[in-house]
Design a protein around this ligand. Structure first.
Ligand SMILES: [Zn+2]
Length: 420
């Protein structure tokens, strides 16, 4: 991964309701900018919000909120409107809404088998979405050209007075060779720079691991928005994790933590694409499910069929789901002893495996981890759909704007909109 940019964005969106606090010695100007960011972040996460609610949620006084909202409106980042249904007598509180149609980020995803590009508006709304197949053997760096084509294609449909605030690329660590063999992607430090070069002098791209970014999305807008310690497990052709501790992504050296698919759980097991043997993903990955069900392990489309057959009571499919679910619980049991999260969230193809085999997974979790690790633990399917990673990538790209709206917003007014 090139420049994992998550030291800043990790935890964006958590507890925006708390009363604002400024560092001792912060100037009036710094405080004003922080407060502008807080108001913009609130409506970005919660959608249209009245000035009155912003006042109570952010712990600022009414006139301050009024001035901040007016300033954000003047910079084109939000709109303020009289609510259509004013419930009380007297002058209604204006409703502040993010300008999703005008302010957006380019969110890209290099998945195992496809390349996706979306324009995501402020507020987290997907405005446009394109995808193409990622051919077997295509490296992440070779994906830059096709992704740039998708972005340019989208940009052609963009109105002239829009503001592009930045871009982010999520990259899976597991790819498929042209012969169908699963392979662990080598680190490609130049991906971010290559994207930046394609779109110079645009606002630039940050890059990150796909599971980290999808986990961040669940933490900001999904099923784990209320907790600060979680493990997000992502299944595609491999298994990877986004681990968030105390509201921040665990990064590791150069951002390569979370490779939980390569925990060895079965030393006598099958060889893994990483060169080791008996890795967790050889027991819980899509290929394992297909193998147990007697299907071609390379036929990803058959995963849905096996899960559907299991739901219909097909004994072999059910047995395959139970075997995989048992290994899934086994690995999660170990992980929760290490991380002690409040929630484990299952995403990608693991979402469906978890739903199909939840009782088996829970049986493991009821006994394996220490009581202090399991008593409070929630196991949950991801709430966001397959676009979670695009939503999460957009959050990375929006982070700079939300930290200092005036800076980015005003730059956009001066003509930095558009990238291609
Ligand atoms: Zn492995």
């Amino acid at each position: 991964m090139a420049t994992p940019a998550r030291s800043g964005p990790a935890g964006v969106g958590r507890n925006p309701e708390f009363p604002l606090q400024s560092a001792p010695g912060a100037s009036q100007e710094e405080i004003r900018r922080q407060n502008l960011g807080a108001v913009l972040r609130y409506v970005h996460l919660h959608g249209p919000t009245s000035r009155a609610e912003l006042t109570s949620r952010l712990g600022l006084n009414r006139s301050t909120i009024g001035a901040l909202a007016a300033e954000l409106t003047a910079s084109g980042l939000v709109t303020e409107e009289v609510p259509t249904t004013a419930r009380r007598a007297g002058r209604p509180s204006l409703v502040v809404s993010p300008r999703s149609d005008r302010v957006y980020a380019n969110a890209l995803s290099i998945d195992a088998d496809r390349l996706r590009a979306a324009r995501v508006g402020l507020g987290g709304r997907i405005l446009d979405l394109r995808e193409v197949v990622r051919p077997g053997g295509m490296s992440a760096i070779d994906a830059v050209g096709p992704l740039a084509d998708l972005v340019r294609d989208m940009e052609r449909a963009v109105a002239p007075d829009t503001l592009l605030v930045g871009g982010a690329v999520a990259v899976t660590d597991t790819t498929r060779d042209s012969d169908g063999r699963i392979r662990i992607a080598s680190v490609d430090e130049s991906l971010g720079a290559a994207m930046d070069a394609e779109f110079a002098p645009g606002p630039g791209f940050v890059t990150g691991d796909l599971a980290d970014i999808a986990g961040l999305a669940e933490h900001i807008r999904g099923v784990a928005a209320d907790v600060d310690d979680l493990i997000y497990l992502h299944g595609d052709v491999g298994i990877s994790a986004g681990i968030i501790v105390a509201g921040r992504l665990v990064m590791g050296h150069q951002g390569h933590s979370g490779k939980v698919g390569h925990m060895v759980v079965n030393p006598n097991g099958l060889p893994c694409g990483c060169g080791s043997r008996g890795c967790w993903e050889t027991e819980v990955g899509e290929a394992a499910l297909l193998r147990h069900a007697g299907r071609d392990p390379g036929d990803r489309a058959a995963v849905t069929e096996v899960l559907a057959a299991a739901a219909d009571g097909d004994p072999r499919a059910r047995e395959a789901v139970e075997q995989v679910a048992d290994w899934l619980g086994f690995g999660v049991g170990n992980l929760v002893n290490v991380v002690n999260p409040d929630a484990v969230v299952f995403g990608g193809s693991l979402r469906d495996v978890f739903i199909a085999g939840a009782d088996v997974v829970r049986r493991r979790l009821d006994t394996m981890p220490l009581p202090v690790s399991r008593e409070h633990l929630r196991l949950q399917p991801a709430a966001l759909d397959e676009n979670a990673v695009l939503i999460g990538a957009a959050e990375l790209a929006f982070d700079k704007l939300l930290a200092d709206p005036l800076n980015v917003g005003v730059a956009g007014q001066l003509g930095c909109a558009g990238s291609a």
